[in-house]
Design a binder for this molecule. Structure first.
Ligand SMILES: C[S@@+](CC[C@H](N)C(=O)[O-])C[C@H]1O[C@@H](n2cnc3c(N)ncnc32)[C@H](O)[C@@H]1O
Length: 419
């Protein structure tokens, strides 16, 4: 008798998805959906079919992937990309072509955000190209269409939508100037034949996929990324994935809250020294578009919440910025210590709890991270990032329904509705 665990192990071997991270029930519902789409009743028959047909295996992969993404997700990464590209890469490679990779790109919001951030910074479109890869054929089709609904615009700052999109019914179509910067390809990061040519990249975004792999698979994925990265390149990962890179040959690039890393041998401070005469450097116009996400401030209904939800005085924000900087440099225990002291001396703060959540998440202390994200939400029920991170944690524990509820809340918070 074929059991769901056999499908789970087939999926793990093929695409890296670990049943421990999403839960067996998640995989079971995807298998059952495909069984019924194939008009089969018996699991055994479907098992034979999926093993014999590459097309059906792809359908099953498309049914289990977690396609969660949106424009300018973790905004600081795009701000840092534009800054590094314009102020460091460009002066150092006046005649070069900058190569970027978004892997996995899901429905395209991430690579298109990279392109928008660069174009808005004044980086010439003719000087860069973004390759965008995902295992899901269905997601790539939507990425090529480049028409997006509200769910893709979760950030509060939507200036970029006015600038680069035009309305298409109730949705928005992305301008050709942005679309032509990105080329989509189907690929499996864990396929031994993945990108065999010698293409290497100046910037790679590999965010929010490593969390779905077990440790051995994560290590394999990091080796692939190491091969694809140029010597002095930057690798951006998701907030809960940064701990993993510290256990490989990577060091933090020290770009606050961008979760960016360099290869160890190339992390010396003199790396970019003297690359550009100061007069050629300028602050980016991209700041307007890729500025750090707004900090949790007073939201509707805050009057009935504890005073701690009110905006922090500037000095307190500076301390929290420093703590965020420590966390991003991988100095996680120092960040946790400073945060604990902050909370002890200054009382509850949504941002401090959020930083505690991120730092614990990054060190693999998921239970503690969960508690901190819940504290954030007590103080600030519409804190979008805390809702999303907590949803991921619940997904990893197999609580698909709880995760779903939090994703819905995050969506409502984003559209300014009641949470
Ligand atoms: C949560 S989305 C992340 C999208 C984007 N990077 C972001 O952070 O918003 C995860 C994506 O990983 C893709 N994926 C999962 N396993 C993969 C693999 N082995 N190779 C390539 N893509 C994969 C899924 O198809 C899905 O679109």
């Amino acid at each position: 008798m074929t059991a769901i665990v056999e499908f789970a192990s087939l999926l793990e071997r093929t695409m890296g998805l670990s049943a421990d991270t999403v839960g067996l029930s998640y995989i079971e519902s995807a298998v059952k959906a495909r069984l019924s789409a194939c008009k089969l009743i018996d699991l055994e028959d479907y098992w034979e079919y999926v093993r014999a047909s590459k097309t059906e295996l792809q359908e099953l992969i498309d049914a289990v992937i977690v396609p969660e993404t949106w424009f300018f997700r973790d905004r600081e990464a795009f701000s840092a990309l534009a800054d590094e590209a314009y102020n460091k890469w460009l002066p150092a490679h006046p005649d070069g072509q900058m190569r970027l990779l978004s892997l996995p790109c899901a429905t395209g919001e991430e690579p298109y955000s990279m392109a928008m951030a660069l174009l808005a910074a004044g980086f010439p479109g003719s000087l860069f190209r973004i390759d965008a890869i995902d295992i899901s054929v269905r997601m790539l089709k939507r990425a090529e269409e480049a028409v997006y609904g509200r769910n893709s615009f979760r950030d509060k700052d939507l200036d970029f939508r006015d600038r680069f999109f035009e309305p298409a019914g109730s949705e928005f179509r992305l301008a050709k100037t942005v679309r032509r910067q990105v080329r989509f390809h189907q690929g499996n990061l864990l396929d031994p034949r993945f990108m065999p040519d010698a293409t290497t990249y100046d910037f790679i975004f590999c965010r929010n996929v490593l969390i779905y792999f077990d440790r051995a698979t994560q290590d394999r994925a990091v080796h692939v990324l190491t091969r694809l990265l140029k010597a002095d390149a930057l690798l951006f990962v998701g907030p809960s994935e940064s701990g993993l890179l510290l256990s490989h040959d990577f060091v933090p690039a020290e770009l606050p809250l961008a979760f960016a890393f360099r290869k160890k041998a190339h992390a010396l401070p003199e790396l970019h020294a003297g690359l550009a005469p100061p007069s050629r450097r300028r602050r980016l116009s991209a700041r307007a578009i890729a500025a750090p996400a707004a900090r949790p401030a007073v939201r509707q209904g805050a009057a009935s919440r504890p005073a701690a939800t009110l905006r922090q005085p500037a000095a307190m924000e500076t301390v929290l910025d420093e703590i965020a900087g420590l966390a991003n440099q991988g100095r996680l225990s120092e960040a946790i210590q400073r945060c604990e002291e902050f909370l002890r001396t200054r009382g509850p703060s949504a941002r401090a709890y959020y930083l505690m959540g991120l730092a614990h998440d990054a060190t693999g202390m998921h239970q503690e991270a969960e508690q901190y994200y819940r504290k954030v939400l007590y103080l600030d029920p519409g804190h979008h990032e805390a809702l999303v991170h907590l949803a991921f944690l619940l997904e990893q524990q197999g609580d698909a329904a709880g995760a779903q509820r939090l994703h819905q809340r995050a969506k409502r918070a984003n559209s300014g509705g009641r949470v």
